[in-house]
Design a protein around this ligand. Structure first.
Ligand code: UN1
Length: 493
C-alpha cells in the first residue's frame, strides 16, 4: 500500500428508536476497516427485541400523522435530507470507503447517488398520484387512489451502505409509510449517517427507526405483527427465507437477491470497449455488486484477442487502500469474505477444465493482512460450478462459444436473472439478446452494473421477487390502491 491515512478515533454508533438515539446494551459492534482490520472505524453495542417492539410501536403511533402529512411536505423533508447528504458527500464517502472497502471515489459517488434518490422521491409530490378511468356509465368516473400501506420493514446489505437504503427508505417515506430499518452490521456507520440526514431534515418522531441489531432480531422484524410489508436486498439464500416467512403471513415482500450476470462479446464487438466495460463490471466495488459481471461468453473468432487484452488489463489494476487516490480496486468487505472468495477459487482450480489466467492468490505484501484479493480471471472449458454460483468477489469466469448465438445462449444459461450485457453493433443481435435473455436489466455495449434513480430496477428467477425497485416502479410496492367508483348522486337521479 502506498499510503496510510491517519486513522481517526472510532465513531460512536447509536440506534435510533422512535424519537431518540439509543446506545445499545447488547453485544459489541466493532466496525473495522477491511484494508487494515486492526483499525476500528466505529464502535457501539447492539439493540435487541425490546428495541424492535419499541420501534414498531413508535411507527404505529406516527403512521396516521405521517400519512396525513401533505405529500409536498413529506417531499420537502426528503429534499432537505438530500441537501444534507450532498453537503457531507466527501466526508461520508470516505467513511464509506473505510468501513466497506470500495474506493473513495466510489464511496463519494454512492453518497451522491443516495442524494439523487432522495431528490427523485421528493419530486414525486409533483407528479400524478393516481389514475382516473372513464366509466361505461353516465355520470360516473373511476378513480384509483394510491394509499400508504403501513410500517415497512427494511433490510439492507453491506455492499451499497447508503444507496440501497436510500432507494428503499425514500419511496417508503415519500408514499406515506413509516420505516423500521435493519442494516448490515458490516456498515453501521453509513446507516447512522443516512438516519442523521433524515432526522436533521425534520422527519417526525417514530417515522424512521434504525436498529443496529443481530440477524435473530431481523427475523423477528420480518414476522412482527406491526409490520405491513418487507423490502429486502441480500443473498438469495436469506432472501428466500424472508420470502417464505412473509408468504406464511400473506405479507407482501420485495426481495432483490443474488446474481451471476454475464456479458456476451460477439464477433463484431469493439474489443477495447468490451474489455474496459467487462473489467468495470467485474472489478469495480471489488466485484461485490449483485449486478457485477461474473461471467463472459466470447465468440471464438475474437476470443484470443479479447482474453489476452482482458488479462493484460486485469493484471495491471492497482489494488490498495481505498483512500489512496491511485487505487482502482479496494479490499473485500472483510477478511472472512476474502478467505471465502480465495477458497472458492482454490476449489475451482482442482476441477478439470478450469484454468487460472490471473489473480487468484492472496497478497504477500502488507495487503495480505487486509481483505484484499487480486482481480481474478479464470477460463472454463465447459460447464462448471463457477459458471453457476455467485462468488461475490473479484472473480470472472470466461467461456468461448462457437457462434454469436451460442454466446447469447451461454449468457441466458443461469438460474439467476438480474442483468446482462451484450457487446455488438448488430441490431439483429441486440434484438435477439433482448428477446432471449431472461433478465431484468440488459446493457448493450456497457457493463452489467449500474442503476439510475428514475428507472425500474430488479430481476427475476433466483435474483428477484416482487415488484421492481426505484423510479416510479417503487410506487407499486409502497402503496396499495383503492378503486373508487365515483358517481354523482345528481346524475343518478
Ligand atoms: C448498481 O449496479 O449500481 O446489491 C446497483 C446490489 C444491487 C445494486 C446494484 N442491489 O449490488
Amino acid at each position: 500500500m502506498t499510503s496510510s491515512p491517519t486513522s481517526a478515533e472510532p465513531v460512536p454508533l447509536r440506534s435510533r428508536i422512535g424519537g431518540a438515539w439509543v446506545d445499545g446494551d447488547g453485544a459489541d459492534l466493532v466496525d473495522r476497516n477491511p484494508a487494515r482490520p486492526d483499525e476500528v472505524v466505529a464502535h457501539g453495542r447492539l439493540v435487541g427485541r425490546a428495541a424492535l417492539d419499541d420501534a414498531v410501536a413508535a411507527a404505529a403511533a406516527a403512521a396516521p400523522g405521517w400519512a396525513a402529512t401533505p405529500f409536498p411536505a413529506r417531499g420537502a423533508i426528503l429534499a432537505r435530507a438530500a441537501a444534507i447528504v450532498d453537503e457531507h458527500a466527501e466526508a461520508w464517502g470516505a467513511e464509506l470507503a473505510r468501513e466497506e472497502g470500495k474506493t473513495r471515489a466510489e464511496g463519494v459517488g454512492e453518497v451522491r447517488r443516495a442524494a439523487d434518490v432522495l431528490r427523485f422521491y421528493a419530486a414525486e409530490a409533483q407528479r400524478p398520484v393516481g389514475e382516473v378511468y372513464a366509466s361505461p356509465r353516465p355520470g360516473e368516473q373511476i378513480h384509483v387512489l394510491h394509499k400508504p400501506v403501513g410500517t415497512i420493514g427494511v433490510i439492507t446489505p453491506f455492499n451499497f451502505p447508503i444507496a440501497i437504503p436510500a432507494w428503499k427508505i425514500a419511496p417508503a417515506l415519500a408514499y406515506g409509510n413509516p420505516v423500521v430499518w435493519k442494516p448490515s452490521l458490516d456498515v453501521p456507520l453509513l446507516a447512522m449517517r443516512l438516519t442523521e440526514a433524515l432526522v436533521g431534515a425534520g422527519l417526525p418522531e417514530g417515522v424512521l427507526s434504525l436498529l443496529l441489531t443481530d440477524d435473530g432480531t431481523a427475523g423477528a422484524l420480518v414476522e412482527h405483527p406491526g409490520i405491513a410489508r418487507v423490502t429486502f436486498t441480500g443473498s438469495t439464500a436469506v432472501g428466500r427465507r424472508v420470502i417464505a416467512a412473509c408468504g406464511a403471513l400473506a405479507r407482501p415482500v420485495q426481495a432483490e437477491m443474488g446474481g451471476k450476470n454475464a456479458a456476451a462479446v460477439l464477433a463484431d464487438a469493439e474489443l477495447g470497449l468490451a474489455v474496459g466495460e467487462v473489467l468495470a463490471g467485474a472489478f469495480r466495488s471489488t466485484g461485490q455488486k449483485c449486478t457485477a459481471t461474473s461471467r463472459v461468453a466470447v465468440t471464438e473468432a475474437v476470443a484470443d484477442a479479447f482474453v489476452a487484452e482482458l488479462v493484460r488489463r486485469a493484471d495491471a489494476i492497482t489494488v490498495g487502500d481505498p483512500l489512496d487516490d491511485a487505487t482502482w480496486m479496494g479490499p473485500l468487505v472483510s477478511v472472512a469474505a476474502r478467505d471465502r472468495v480465495l477458497a472458492s477459487v482454490a476449489e475451482a482450480l482442482k476441477r478439470p477444465g478450469v484454468r487460472l489466467l490471473c489473480g487468484g492468490h492472496p497478497f504477500e505484501d502488507d495487503r495480505g493482512k487486509g481483505a484484499f484479493v487480486p482481480p481474478t480471471v479464470l477460463e472454463l472449458d465447459g460447464d462448471d460450478e463457477l459458471w453457476r454460483s455467485e462468488v461475490f468477489g473479484p472473480v470472472l469466469a470466461v467461456r468461448r462459444a462457437p457462434t454469436d448465438r451460442a454466446a447469447l445462449d451461454l449468457v441466458d444459461d443461469s438460474a439467476y436473472g438480474l442483468s446482462a450485457a451484450v457487446f455488438t453493433n448488430r441490431l439483429d443481435a441486440v434484438e435477439e439478446a433482448a428477446q432471449l435473455i431472461d433478465v431484468g436489466v440488459l446493457h448493450v455495449n456497457s457493463e452489467t452494473a449500474g442503476a439510475d434513480p428514475h428507472v425500474p430496477f430488479g430481476g427475476g428467477k433466483a435474483s428477484g421477487f416482487g415488484p421492481k425497485e426505484q423510479g416510479r416502479a417503487a410506487r407499486e410496492f409502497f402503496t396499495a390502491t383503492t378503486t373508487v367508483y365515483l358517481r354523482s348522486a345528481v346524475a343518478a337521479r
